[in-house]
Design a binder for this molecule. Structure first.
Ligand SMILES: *[C@@H]1O[C@H](CO)[C@@H](O)[C@H](O)[C@H]1NC(C)=O
Ligand SMILES: *[C@@H]1O[C@H](CO)[C@@H](O)[C@H](O)[C@H]1NC(C)=O
Ligand SMILES: *[C@@H]1O[C@H](CO)[C@@H](O)[C@H](O)[C@H]1NC(C)=O
Ligand SMILES: *[C@@H]1O[C@H](CO)[C@@H](O)[C@H](O)[C@H]1NC(C)=O
Ligand SMILES: *[C@@H]1O[C@H](CO)[C@@H](O)[C@H](O)[C@H]1NC(C)=O
Ligand SMILES: *[C@@H]1O[C@H](CO)[C@@H](O)[C@H](O)[C@H]1NC(C)=O
Length: 562
């Protein structure tokens, strides 16, 4: 049978399966996955801080990094020289995961090194169990230009890492000399070795400007949100242009952690829309001791399309059924966004607000996820239908990420300055998965039988697929995804590009993203989605896989994004 599926049809909003989800708990992580990154079909990388963890290195020292095996549900400790606490990062164009900045503490058994300047290189890791996959560090020779903690790492169109903002100490409000309101790159750009670019925007966003939410647009420029303000950044000219504020005083960067996602980019126009959910509309001029764990977070989501017309229209507001802060947003292969973890009241950070009393800065854990249905009309996008309630509060320092298996790993929580097991919101090592019904019940799902390991921009490639007939009621979608570097409600680098494709029998012909602005060169996962049910992800290198910086690649598209 010949089955030709034209692209226009595949993007039409068609009624598909509404998924039912189930939480399943299995295993303990040994370290707290403050940072959670999907590495391979079987492995997740966990980064924490160097104190108190039950997981031990072969040397007997306490570990602060680990590989989580999705098949055995067990952690393997990883050795790292510097303290990775509250670092940022991304995969770069050669497939290496770069983690930058962290905590200053010197760590037992290691040479003196300031984690705030740390640059850690991991992988590519091809062993299914992670044997011989190590964190490479050379702190004497490879380090940041300045000390940072809570910065954002973003893979940019040349495949290198842009490092944005942060603080140089552990703080609630980031302001004055402790704020590192600047940008640098790894590798450094020519002529900028050892120096940084000051950012007026980050200065204006004090004191709520850590982990600025940042996205590469199809124009190659970068959209950044911190506090309640936003800007467009031109990397080549080092120019900042202010864009509309988030409405109603809602602030979303740390310590008022709301979450943000670039919604899927679809051909032929790849028009970018950014979604922001949760955070707090509290007055950021109040002293921290005048804030309370009981202050309600916001129930606001807002989105803006980053085209000239979209910017003129401004942010469109939608409301969640509950207030939310410290919440993760997980892009699913369908293009819907899962909002999960966090609290209904309070703030990020260590016990510091007036009534925290040595406990969490937040209260009223959010136990039931929310689904943001991207392709539904406004007013109908936000639902909790089909979503279960967990028993495990996941507050500050919790995380959630899509795995290559297609479920969501949910982990961590530690709103404490150390491992504390007796608090109302203790250090949480239990791992859960949020499984869609096709995984829970073992229903038939699409299978990618074979796929190339590398695709060049604008190039066609052929996949062999096996899609159950029962799911071929309508057009399929092919999703090319970066699952991001998850930490602090921030899914840096999360990206989904729907690929143009033609399905003929079991042969799926895809076309790679047109150029390195639409998908910055680096690793990606391909998922095939049929009737709302998706395959496991297949890892592919997009671009030539060379070390950054890579030259511009692919074809120019009529750019509609600012
Ligand atoms: C937990 O994971 C292990 C290893 O995959 C598996 O054998 C076991 O059945 C799982 N338990 C539950 C309750 O799912
Ligand atoms: C890991 O490295 C050791 C030492 O280089 C080598 O002998 C071993 O074969 C490697 N194991 C795997 C699975 O690659
Ligand atoms: C953003 O915050 C600033 C400072 O708190 C405030 O003056 C401004 O009105 C806010 N913008 C919006 C749209 O609420
Ligand atoms: C902060 O709280 C103190 C003690 O309750 C109060 O005296 C002060 O006016 C408050 N400050 C602000 C700016 O609200
Ligand atoms: C881009 O891809 C299209 C479709 O495959 C092809 O016709 C065109 O020649 C390609 N352009 C370049 C510059 O490779
Ligand atoms: C990837 O590129 C970075 C930056 O140039 C380099 O430090 C690292 O060694 C490269 N990784 C591999 C595996 O070549």
């Amino acid at each position: 049978m010949l089955r030709l599926v034209p692209l226009a049809l595949s993007l039409a909003a068609l009624a598909t399966n509404a998924l039912e989800w189930t939480f399943v708990q299995n295993g303990t992580s040994g370290v707290i996955p403050v940072e959670l990154i999907t590495i391979s079909p079987t492995l997740m990388l966990l980064y924490d801080r160097a104190d108190g963890n039950p997981l031990l290195l072969p040397s007997g020292e306490k570990a602060w990094a680990a590989l989580w095996n999705l098949e055995t549900n067990t952690p393997t400790p990883l050795s790292s020289i510097t303290d990775t606490f509250c670092a940022g990062g991304a995969f770069i164009s050669n497939g290496t995961l770069v983690s930058v900045a962290g905590q200053p503490l010197e760590t037992p058994g290691q040479p003196p090194a300031d984690g705030r300047m740390g640059i850690r290189l991991f992988g590519p890791c091809t062993s299914p169990t992670g044997v011989n996959c190590t964190v490479f560090e050379d702190p004497e020779n490879i380090h940041l230009a300045v000390t940072r903690w809570y910065p954002t790492g973003l893979r940019i169109p040349d495949g290198s890492l842009m490092i944005i903002g942060g603080s140089n100490t552990n703080t609630f409000y980031n302001t004055g000399p402790i704020a590192e309101d600047s940008i640098e790159f790894f590798p450094s750009r020519p002529g900028e070795e050892g120096s940084v670019r000051p950012s007026q925007f980050l200065l204006d966003a004090e004191p709520v400007n850590m982990f600025p939410r940042s996205f590469v647009l199809p124009s190659g420029r970068v959209f950044v949100i911190a506090n309640n303000i936003s800007m467009l950044y031109d990397i080549e000219t080092d120019t900042e242009t202010r864009l509309p504020d988030i409405p109603n005083g809602v602030r979303i960067a740390n310590p008022f952690d709301g979450t943000a996602q670039l919604l899927p980019l679809s051909p032929p126009l790849y028009e970018p829309t950014v979604l922001v959910c949760g955070g707090s509309a509290a007055d950021d001029t109040l002293p921290v001791t005048n804030l309370s764990t009981q202050d309600p977070a916001t129930n606001q989501c807002s989105r803006i399309t980053l085209t000239p017309a979209g910017v003129a229209k401004g942010w469109e507001v939608e409301l969640m059924p509950e207030t939310r802060i410290l919440m993760e947003s997980v892009m699913l292969p369908t293009g819907d966004v899962l909002l999960i973890n966090g609290a209904q009241t309070g703030y990020s950070g260590y016990p510091s607000v007036s009534d925290a009393d040595g406990m969490s800065n937040a209260d009223h854990p959010a136990l039931r996820p929310i689904l943001y249905q991207t392709e539904m009309p406004a007013g109908q996008r936000i639902t909790q239908d089909g979503l279960p309630t967990t028993e495990i509060p996941r507050m500050y320092h919790s995380s959630a990420s899509l795995t290559a298996k297609g479920n969501v790993m949910v982990s961590g929580s530690n709103p404490q300055p150390a491992v504390v097991l007796t608090s109302e919101f203790p250090t949480e090592f239990r791992v859960e998965y949020l499984n869609p019904d096709f995984i829970t019940n073992g229903f038939p799902r699409p299978v990618v039988v074979s796929a190339p390991t590398k695709i060049l921009f604008n190039q066609s490639a052929t996949l062999k697929v096996d899609i159950p007939q029962s799911l071929l009621r309508g057009p399929i979608k092919v999703s090319l995804m970066d699952m991001g570097y998850v930490t602090h409600a921030q899914h840096a680098n999360s990206r989904l590009v729907f690929l143009e494709h033609v399905l003929v029998g079991n042969t799926l012909q895809i076309t790679a993203p047109p150029n390195n602005n639409v998908y910055p060169p680096g690793p990606a996962w391909i998922f095939v989605v049929a009737d709302g049910v998706y395959s496991e992800g297949v890892l592919v290198m997009v671009g030539d896989g060379g070390n950054p910086p890579r030259p511009a690649q692919g074809v120019k598209i009529p750019v509609t994004s600012i």
